[in-house]
Design a binder for this molecule. Sequence first.
Ligand SMILES: [Zn+2]
Length: 338
Amino acid sequence: MEDFVAIDDARTIPIEEYLGTIPSEGYRRAETSGLTDFALFFLDLMARNFRVSIEVPPVFVRTTSRVGAEVNPLGFIVVTAGMINHCLDAKWPQAYEILGNKAPAVVGENLVARLGMAWVVGHEFTHMFHFHHEVERRLGNKKSVQRAFEHDADLCATAGIFRLLQHMFGQVMSDTDIRRYASFVLFWIIRSIPDNNNGAGIHPSFSERFFHISLKLAILQENSSEIPDPNARHPRTIARIDAILEAAVACEHAYQQRNGFSGGSYFTEWRKYLSVNGHTSITRDWSKVSPWVQWLSGNQVDMPTSILDQRKIVLEERRAKKLKRKKQSLARVKNRPR
Ligand SMILES: [Zn+2]
């Protein structure tokens, strides 16, 4: 998420202290407390799911209206009051309006806000347990490296949200419907984060981020018995992509109806993005960084084979075949009766 520069008089304080600053009348304090409790619970769940090698970090709040989150070098996560308020106040339609009657019927009114905040802290936690700061020391502070970190953090947080939703709704919803609901939740929280849509700096544009989040939601294994399909070749994965994109497009339609078309049309942007191979360039950045992440964190890092790697494989196969033919023809020459 956006790093912020401490030039205002904002303070970084523990959650409890922050809650004390919210007027106790009305629901706001209880809502905020529910949101932060859920975020802390999510970090524990992620730590177990990813078998992380570090302690679950504490979360602090920075008292600024700017919408952001970051990892503090001292080893804790900071979310801004602006980010908390963004999650609580983001306006989303009811899930059934977008996803039909397959959406979870038991949704508490704040579930989207809570899952959104969980995703935000999960993103920051990934920067920590995948040792991105250590990788940066080795590879340098290049834009491509930074973008790869953001990509990794987005996708791990997304995987965490999917596992949480499986845990919550696995008994009552189909696997595909859970994936569609995850897409719905993340859409409404990430779509409206300020300064998220221009692709400037290290953060990819919303369009790019959401494209990869959707792809991740499709390739995540339902359970450990499912054969991994990181390159989305299996018909089951392709069917999931269709179902998730349909949900995403319905969300974008609803968003544009509410907000007008000034935010741009993501359907055409996605097409443009695919046509200039934008989706492979960030994957290529990630494939350069991921071996370091895997080595430092001890985590198995799943990723699609990048186009470069695929080309390398094809070239190696060709070279091997050529070598084999050469050997065979040499053997024939040798064995020819004289
Ligand atoms: Zn980040």
